[in-house]
Every structure is written in C-alpha cells, then in structure tokens.
Design a protein around this ligand. Structure first.
Ligand code: GLU
Length: 189
C-alpha cells in the first residue's frame, strides 16, 4: 500500500502535491518523492523517511512546474531507502512513474528489459514500468511516437494490481494514469 497523488493545471504543483502526500501518509511513510516537468525536463526529488523530511529538503523555488506526481511509500519490493523511493525514471530520463501496488511478473519483465539493454538501479518492481513504457515508445518511429499507446501496451504486460501516474518529457502539459484492482480517484475543477 502506498499513496500516490498527481496534478495537472495552471497552478504551481509543489504545494498541492506535498499537501496530497500529507493526507495520504497513513498509506505509507518509509520514503517520499515528487517529480515535476519543467521545459521538457523531468525533475525528481526523493528521500527516505516521512513527507516532512522531503519537504524540508525541497527548495520552494526549485520546483516551479504545473504538472507533477508524488508518492509516499510502504515498501513491498526492496528495502525502504532513497534508491527504492518513487518516482522512478527510465534510463533515458524521458518518463517518471509513481506506483501503488505490485507487479507480480516483475522478474520476467525486468529480465526481458535487461536483455534488451536496460539497466536497473533499485530493487523495486516499479522501476521496470517507466523502462517498459520507454521500450514501447521507442519502438514506434519518431514522428509517430505515442505516449498513450506506449502506456497502454506496457499495462497489457502487467500481472497484478496497480495504480500508476506517468509523466513524459515530450508531453509536458499532461500525465497519463492507469489502474487495475487498485484505487484511483480523478478530481476535475
Ligand atoms: N511495489 C512498489 C514498491 O515496493 C509499490 C509499493 C506499494 O504499493 O505497496 O515500491
């Protein structure tokens, strides 16, 4: 069980995400992290421990984006530590993902990606998600690259339960969310 929160809008997302994490912290508190997109660059900050520790380490003026995702973790795969904290990025820094749930076939998928040349830096099941999305995204010709299609194809490979929020540096004004057997609520105002 983890807490995930995302925001897409016209306001600076940092305070909204931190507030969301504080409300979700009962779902997991071994580490916390956020990612935002600014000028087609995904910026990540994560840390072991509670949301208040993350908050104390973030310079308010360094995260100015209006699209972002955040996570407060209760580890299922890999010890509680900074490397295993979410968000996780793919090897090319094009995608960032926060995840609630368990990808049951993560060993097979991770092995498949390792054989395709991808490297892993954490012990989580989650880190394969941005890399598998990148794998499908890169399969298509540059002109036809389709973020939604890549997330859709990756989700079809997952066994288990998940709710995920995904950022892509090529689409700085949006995020894609997907769920299967894990809770996810979208609010519009
Ligand atoms: N399986 C992921 C991890 O261990 C997410 C944790 C969870 O939702 O409980 O990082």
């Amino acid at each position: 069980m983890c807490g995930i929160v995302g925001y897409v809008g016209t306001k600076k997302c940092l305070p909204i995400l931190l507030n969301g994490l504080k409300n979700l912290e009962y779902r997991g508190y071994d580490s916390a992290g956020i990612a935002t997109i600014e000028s087609n660059y995904i910026k990540v900050r994560k840390e072991s421990g509670r949301v208040s520790i993350l908050e104390s380490l973030i310079d308010n003026n360094s995260f100015l984006g209006c699209v972002g995702i955040a996570h407060t973790r209760w580890a299922t795969h890999g010890i509680p530590c900074k490397e295993n904290a979410h968000p996780h990025k793919d090897n090319s820094n094009s995608f960032a993902v926060v995840h609630n749930g368990i990808i049951e076939n993560y060993k097979e998928l991770r092995q498949f990606l390792e054989e395709a040349g991808y490297c892993f830096y954490s012990q989580t099941d989650t880190e394969l998600i941005p890399n598998l999305i990148h794998y499908y995204y890169s399969e298509e010709e540059k002109t036809k690259q389709n973020f939604l299609n890549a997330v859709f194809k990756a989700c079809k490979d997952f066994k288990g339960s998940y709710a995920i929020l995904v950022l892509c540096k090529d689409f700085p004004n949006m995020q894609i969310v997907a769920k299967k057997n894990s809770p996810l609520v979208i609010g519009i105002r």
